[in-house]
Design a protein around this ligand. Structure first.
Ligand SMILES: Cc1cc2nc3c(=O)[nH]c(=O)nc-3n(C[C@H](O)[C@H](O)[C@H](O)COP(=O)(O)OP(=O)(O)OC[C@H]3O[C@@H](n4cnc5c(N)ncnc54)[C@H](O)[C@@H]3O)c2cc1C
Length: 442
């Protein structure tokens, strides 16, 4: 049997691609290596951020024409919500039956309790934390109803694009078999061996290295805020990174931290220390750990030509976590559309590559430079200095992400807190936004 399209991986990208392609009448198979399609084992904080704010900088991008992939959510009665992909046709919207935990801001907190926020108000919703598994299972149900075949417990070991079609070697509990299709969408997430086999990583470059993440899922926690939000607790004497905390539907909490793969830091011990022996331990009295998750992230540069020959690689496999859930949905939808176009004799690959290279901030040199200007605060400051800096932001009413508000207030910080400024910025004046923007334009 030769399918029109085989999709490899049932994460957000693959599930959306399967739903769209099946609804458009293609003969589609989606395979997933886990025993259950729609299950999620790789750690992800599950926040669907509204608007085009990104991972490390909220400043508008001016060097590249980016229409950042984003979403809105129509909140309905419990279990009856609609997710809409911004600037996508109506058939990209889908219903979501899980819990929605609204986050009204993101807040950085120092050991002494000084705080600054990402947004100027706690009265607007920044995003919603979702139950990712319920979301994916809903999309898969839609895909199946439209005729998509779903095969879980099936790992793709090899993929070959032979010009007149795609050949997959897969492994199931019954053994190995070969699957054939006219085209494939590879949606297998980070560290993709399939993208590598197909040659997509050639000339990609290595990037600054890999990060490890670890999270504990807690059944109880008291956040020191009136409104629900995601927070970044900062205590450099316990960890030279942030301790991130947020809701974890249904009804639980997630705390997580990260460190470079090359560092000797033991993340489970860091989390234990935060829970039991830190300035923030009082928030976790009575909490019990109900699950642990982990993952790594490779900060490699993205690949531009994600659609080549009969294959489109989507989502995290040619970038990294910055595609995010909503971005992977966008990739899945557009890749299904592009595959149908290609099967119709049109240039579907160019259609997809145009979308891909204009939907994500990581294709903006300006964004990348802004994000990388400074080391993280807990790497360069101690606990007391963190209290002083966060208190300074609070007393000046300054809100925003560190990568934006530190350079944006460099001169004032050098005047008011010279010792801290020297540690944060180093000996040289770092380039401000105008300088970076001018450099791009030149
Ligand atoms: C620490 C961390 C925190 C994050 N937090 C957020 C957040 O708060 N909000 C947000 O929007 N995004 C977040 N992300 C990013 C988000 O998780 C990803 O961008 C998104 O899940 C990418 O979707 P995907 O479909 O490309 O890949 P994935 O979600 O990785 O799905 C890939 C699927 O393919 C399957 N697979 C892999 N290999 C094979 C194979 N050979 N054969 C068959 N199946 C295979 C996997 O089992 C998996 O089901 C976070 C990421 C990290 C690392």
């Amino acid at each position: 049997m030769k399918y029109d399209l085989i999709i490899i991986g049932a994460g957000p990208g693959g599930c959306m691609a399967a739903r769209k392609a099946a609804r458009d009448g293609l003969n589609v198979l989606i395979i997933e290596k886990l025993k259950e399609a729609g299950k999620v084992t790789r750690f992800c904080s599950r926040l669907l951020r509204l608007g085009d704010g990104a991972f490390s900088s909220d400043k508008p991008i001016t060097d590249v024409n980016i229409h950042r992939a984003t979403c809105t959510i129509e909140v309905g009665a419990p279990g009856k919500h609609i997710v809409r992909l911004h600037e996508f046709p109506e058939d990209a919207s889908f219903s979501y039956a899980g819990e929605l935990d609204p986050c009204f801001n993101e807040t950085w907190v120092s050991p002494g309790g000084a705080q600054f926020d990402r947004q100027t108000t706690h009265r607007t919703i920044d995003g919603f934390v979702v139950d990712k598994e319920i979301m994916l299972q809903g999309l898969l149900r839609d895909a199946e109803e439209a005729g998509c075949k779903i095969q879980a417990g099936t790992k793709c070991l090899e993929i070959e694009d032979s010009g007149d079609g795609v050949r997959l070697k897969v492994k199931t509990s019954a053994g190995e078999e070969t699957l054939l299709a006219k085209r494939a969408i590879v949606a297998d997430g980070s560290f993709s061996s399939l993208a590598k086999q197909l040659g997509f990583n050639e000339g990609r470059g290595d990037g600054p290295g890999k990060l490890r993440f670890m999270s504990f899922i807690l059944d109880r926690c008291e956040l020191p805020f009136r409104e629900m939000r995601r927070a970044r607790f900062t205590q450099p004497s316990v960890h030279k990174g942030y301790l991130n905390i947020g809701p974890w539907p249904p009804g639980l909490w997630e705390i997580s931290c990260s460190a470079p793969v090359a560092s000797p830091v033991r993340l489970p011990q860091v989390l234990q220390e935060f829970l039991t022996n830190s300035a923030f331990s009082y928030l976790f009295e009575g909490a019990t750990i109900v699950d642990r998750q982990g993952c790594s992230m490779d900060l490699r540069p993205p690949v531009r030509d994600a659609a080549r020959g009969n294959v489109i690689c989507i989502g995290d496999n040619l970038a990294y976590a910055e595609t995010a859930i909503k971005g992977a949905f966008g990739c899945g939808y557009k890749a299904a559309e592009a595959s149908a176009q290609a099967l119709d004799g049109k240039d579907g690959n160019d259609f997809y590559n145009q979308y891909w290279t204009h939907a994500f901030n990581f294709f903006s040199p300006q964004y990348n430079k802004r994000s990388k200007r400074l080391p993280p605060i807990p790497v360069v400051l101690n606990d007391e200095e963190t209290d002083t800096l966060f208190g300074w932001f609070a007393s000046h009413g300054i809100c925003g992400m560190p990568a934006d508000i530190l350079p944006g207030n460099q001169e004032e910080l050098m005047a008011d807190l010279p010792e801290i400024a020297r540690k944060v910025f180093g000996e040289k004046k770092i380039r401000g936004d105008e300088e970076l923007d001018g450099e791009e334009a030149a």
